[in-house]
Design a protein around this ligand. Structure first.
Ligand code: BGC
Length: 376
């Protein structure tokens, strides 16, 4: 209860444009959690935008805004205790509105690509905006990354809960879809992301978080020296427009074999355009399992990704071209950050053999992803 009251109070104070911080205890786990609600961050579509800071006992700090559900920063220590930000983000709302290659955002209604920007459900054909050549990318012109989510503090789960109702026909998708995304930072430096969704008409759904990581904490360094291991025997090869061919191909003997750790730069030149591919995760059950381990030997930071999703898009920031700059003016150049986007396979609505992304009325979509940072 205490946290909730503090949250309400925080909202009121935030409206008065005053920042404050509180420390309270999660009654279930006993974990001390600090919640900081900054002054309002701005307004979009007539709705208030806030920046929330989640802090844990170890001093890790994750900032999240309800605009696009964006994770704007994750400050964490390296092996010598020096703290820096390991995700790419901006320090103002307007920067996100100007030009954002999905830094840190929640992506939907359909993350990744849908071929020819069309799909069918039964006999009905749905047309989406072709915003990536002839294909649809990341939910269309105004996807879930560009809308204001309703934010609340869940006192039971101790998580920041974001809710968005995507209207029937929005961006061409059928059905009123209610989505919630809960973010929780634990004392083990884990960012838990819990997604749920329900619809009132059959629709397609693919949700992810699009955080760009650089474990060195400095975009002057590329991610080419990071070491990556992916728990996937197969990946989905793509055509020239990055739409899967439909084949599930063995990674063995290809530059996509990350079953053992490899430096990302080791074979990236053997992959046309760089890595931007979905991996078919080896899974045993429905619960979150380890999908990938990313490590930077200089900082000692290790990122583990756990998910209940069937796939993960590994994207090496191939389209970053330096035109996006951090607030200190540093350009975000090609390969200075990478994404490990847990999700369903691209173009699943047009690939009947892929795990289904169809959501029907009466069903409840639920998936979980956990990003865990430690030091070695
Ligand atoms: C896609 C890339 C795309 C990027 C946009 C990734 O999820 O796989 O192809 O360019 O998002 O930032």
């Amino acid at each position: 209860m205490k946290t909730f009251k503090i949250f309400i109070l925080g909202s009121i104070i935030a409206v008065l444009a005053v920042s404050f911080m509180v420390t309270c205890t999660d009654e279930r786990s006993g974990e001390p959690v600090e919640v900081f609600i900054q002054k309002e961050w701005g307004q979009v579509d007539g709705k208030k935008v806030y920046l929330f800071t989640l802090k844990n006992e170890k001093g890790d700090e994750v900032k999240i805004t309800n605009y696009g559900g964006i994770v704007t920063s994750w400050i964490t220590a390296d092996k010598s205790g020096k703290k820096s930000n390991v995700v790419i983000g901006y320090d103002s709302l307007s920067r996100y509105q100007e030009k954002n290659p999905y830094f840190g955002a929640i992506i939907g209604r359909y993350a990744n690509r849908i071929g020819n920007a069309t799909f069918k459900i039964d006999t009905a054909t749905y047309h989406l905006a072709a915003n990536d050549g002839k294909n649809s990318l990341h939910g269309g012109l105004k996807g879930f990354d560009k809308v204001v989510w309703d934010a609340s503090w869940n006192d039971t789960t101790n998580a920041l809960t974001l809710k968005y109702v995507s209207k029937d026909g929005e961006e061409g998708y059928p059905g009123n879809l209610t989505v919630t995304v809960a973010y929780k930072l634990t004392n083990d430096n884990e960012l838990l992301i819990d997604y749920t969704a329900e619809t009132d008409k059959p629709t397609v759904l693919n949700l992810t978080n699009h955080s760009y990581f650089n474990l060195t904490g400095d975009v002057n360094n590329t991610i080419l020296d990071h070491t990556l291991q992916i728990n996937a025997d197969k990946y989905t090869p793509v055509d020239a427009t990055l739409i899967p061919t439909g084949e599930l191909k063995e990674v063995k003997g290809t530059p996509f074999d990350f079953l053992q750790p490899h430096k990302i730069g080791e074979r990236i030149n053997d992959v046309k355009g760089g890595y931007d591919h979905n991996f078919v995760l080896n899974r045993q059950g429905d619960k979150p399992e380890l999908a990938a381990t990313l490590a930077d030997s200089v900082s000692g930071r290790v990122l583990e990704v756990y998910t209940s999703q069937p796939g993960m898009q590994f994207y090496t920031g191939n389209f970053l071209d330096g035109t996006n700059k951090l607030s200190d003016g540093k350009p975000i150049n090609i390969h200075t950050a990478l994404c490990l986007e847990t999700q369903h396979f691209p173009d699943s609505p047009n690939k009947p053999a892929f795990p289904t992304t169809l959501l029907k009325p009466g069903e409840k979509f639920h998936s979980q992803t956990k990003y865990k940072i430690s030091v070695k």
